[in-house]
Each structure stands twice: as C-alpha cells, then as structure tokens.
Design a protein around this ligand. Structure first.
Ligand code: PLP
Length: 393
C-alpha cells in the first residue's frame, strides 16, 4: 500500500517518524532544542542548504515534522509548517507572503484576532484590506484591486457559520492570479478539503478540533510548496515554532480525528434539530440544517455539518447572560472543539473588540450563543441546554 491510496484514517494513524533503535511503537518526543553535527563539513553543508537535516528546533524537529507531514497528507498539500498557535499560523500565512503596498481581500466574517491583524496591525506596515460579505459573489470580483495579492476566508466562519463556495472562489482566484488562503479550523480536513477545491494554502488553529481535548495551543499552515517556502523563511527567522511536546500531542490527536469528528457532527446535528423550533429561541444556525441559507454549499463541500451549533436566544443580552450562568454540565469557556461541550457568548468575549455595527454585519447579535458540541452523551447535553433555557426565562 502506498501513501496515495491509503484512506484518511490510515494516514492519520500510520504516518510516523521512522523508528529508532529502541523499536518503539508510538513515536517518541524529541524534546531537544538542537541537534549535533557529525563534523564541520556537515555543519557547513546543513547551513548552506546543500543537505537536509535537523539543526535547531526553531527550524525543524522530527516530532513536529510528523504532525506536519500528517496534516499535508490529510489536506492534500505539498508542504507545510507548524506554529505555536492558530494566530501565529494566520499571521505567518499573510506576513510571510505580503509586503507594504499589498492589498488583502477577506471575508467579513472572521475570527476576532484575524480581524484585529487586518484592521489594527497591517495598516502600520502599509498592508490594506477590504472585507466582502460571503453571500455576494459579484462583490468579490468588484473588490479586487491592482495590488490585491491574497484572499483570506474562513468557512464555516467563527461564530456565525457563514459559508463560502470554495470551488467558485478558487476558480476566481486562479483566473485573477490571487493566492487563496482558507482558515479550515471549523471543518478540519476530515469534513472539508479546500486545497483540491482551489485553495493555495490552508491554515488551522490546531488548538480546536485537531487537538480535540482542550490541552494545547497549536497551528499549522499547509499548501503550495513555493508559498510554504516563503512562509518557512519568515517563521525560521521570527520564531513562532510549535513545541515538540505540543506537536506530539497533536499528532496523537490526529489518530482519532475521524471518529471524533463523526461523533461531534452527529451530536451537533441532533442538537440543531432538537432546538430548531424551540419557543425560547429566535434562531438555530447549523450548516446542514434546511433553514441555513447556504445549506447546498455546505452539502457540496463538507462531509458533515461540523461540531458547532449557534443558538440565538429570545430576549437578547440579558437572557443570554442568564443562560450562560444557568448551564450546569456545559462549560462556559472561550475554547471550542473539545470533548467537553462549551458555550461561548461572542458579543461579550471573543468578538467584543468589534464595533456593534461590525458584529451585526456578520450576524453576531447579542442573543447569540456558540455551542461547541462535545462528545458527552448527546441527551445529557440537550437536557442541560433545555434546563438553562428554562431557568434563563
Ligand atoms: C481559535 C481560532 C483561531 C486562533 O487560534 P489560536 O490557536 O487560539 O491562536 C483562528 N481561527 C479560528 C477560526 C479559530 O476558531
């Protein structure tokens, strides 16, 4: 069996750093900051890029490489690098490719810190951006400027669950010679593979479903070899490297990604359907629910609907706060993609730095609760959400 015909689950489990003389079954952690040179000539050749090999863990490390290699195989990418957090991956994917005078086109519905990079940091270095709403294909084409170099999107978006047709956007980017970067954090490669659909790069917060157990921060960028080479140069010299310890956790986590995602998605769909017509809710949003305006896109480009369900409570902010204070089983925390189900209130936490108007434009209303559906028994999660809705009345 070759790598190319092995299935997702097999690649996620059997991609391993070569065994050492100890014949270990599970890959060891290479907790070392540097590597020893054989001789002066080898040291020179390694630094001159004449031969490849490990030098220093900021550049490469066998445990980190295993995680990256798996992610490349799972996403269908040529090459990749790992970073210390999802934001380090988002930032490096842009900063490693752009220069002063360049312009970024981005979906308006973005993770809070990605929004801060575009609006507060990049303008200091002369990199501008334009936001486009997801559901308006003509606007994307119109918003392209002569200096536009990169298109950055999140689909499904955090937390509004807005979708973008990746095949369509990939086609547009190819025609206009723009690099398409997709934050695939909510879907994971098990549910959605942006690269075969036309993306040049995929970035992840590995902190979320890739870890899946709320233990560690991490990030990864995979995609076109030439673009990854530029980002690797940026990362090698600016230092957002993933620790080998965290890489080991993440690589082990990928072994169970497929089974975990199936259960996350089953449970999330059950919850979305259960609460769809609930009298205490204004809206239930879930990509595979019939009322989702982009359900057909979701069904085309995603295997299942994902592990996140959005509930909008009637009664706005006061009721949302009472609801958060009423959950008993679920955790009230800013993370997502954990075995434990989590409720988050984006208006007052993850997206509090956005103006009220900016939040409204991406559907983040004061009553919106993001539910990251975990792997507890779904009936227990439903019961807790039910009692919290009742108590918050
Ligand atoms: C959490 C998240 C990030 C940032 O990841 P960190 O690991 O927290 O730095 C980026 N994008 C999306 C969609 C996220 O949910």
């Amino acid at each position: 069996m070759t790598e190319s015909d092995a299935h997702f689950e097999t690649l996620a489990i059997r991609t391993q750093t070569p065994q050492t003389g100890e014949r270990e079954h599970s890959t060891p952690m290479y907790l070392t900051s540097s590597f020893v040179f054989d001789d002066a000539e080898q040291a020179r050749a390694l630094f001159a890029d004449e031969i490849s090999g490990n030098i220093y863990t900021r550049y490469s490390n066998p445990t980190v490489d295993e995680f990256v290699k798996k992610m490349c195989l799972l996403e269908g990418a040529e090459d990749g690098i790992a970073t210390a957090s999802g934001m380090a991956a988002v930032f490096a994917s842009m900063a490693g490719l752009l220069q002063a005078g360049d312009h970024i086109l981005a979906s308006r519905a973005l993770f809070g810190s990605t929004h801060q990079i575009l609006t507060k940091l990049f303008p200091k270095w002369g990199i501008r951006h334009t936001y486009v709403d997801t559901g308006t294909p003509d606007e994307w084409e119109r918003a392209i400027e002569p200096t536009t170099k990169l298109v950055f999107v999140e689909t499904p978006s955090n937390p509004g669950l807005e979708l973008i047709d990746l095949e369509w956007l990939g086609g547009l980017c190819k025609r206009r010679q723009l690099r398409l970067v997709v934050d695939n954090c909510f879907a994971t490669p098990y549910l959605q593979k942006p690269i075969p659909l036309g993306a040049d790069l995929v970035v992840h917060s590995a902190t979320k479903f890739l870890d899946g157990q709320g233990r560690t921060l991490g990030g990864v960028i995979v995609g076109r070899k030439d673009l990854v080479a530029d980002i690797r140069f940026f990362a090698r010299h600016t230092g957002p490297s993933l620790s080998p310890f965290n890489a080991w956790i993440l690589s082990k986590s990928l072994e169970t990604l497929a089974v975990r995602m199936e259960r996350h998605c089953d449970n999330a769909l059950r919850i979305a359907e259960h609460f769809a017509n609930h009298s205490a809710l204004e809206e239930v949003r879930y990509p595979f629910l019939a009322n989702h305006p982009q359900q057909s896109i979701a069904k085309r480009q995603m295997r299942f609907g994902g592990g996140i369900v959005v509930l909008v409570v009637k009664g706005g902010l006061p009721r949302a706060c009472r609801f958060l204070d009423s959950v008993q089983l679920l955790s009230h925390s800013p993370n997502l993609g954990d075995t434990r189900s989590i409720v988050t209130h984006p208006t007052s936490t993850t997206h509090s730095k956005l103006s009220e108007e900016d939040r409204q434009r991406v559907g983040i209303v004061p009553g919106l609760i993001r539910v990251s559906v975990g792997l507890e028994h779904v009936d227990d999660v439903i019961a807790d959400l039910e009692q919290a809705l009742e108590r918050s009345e």
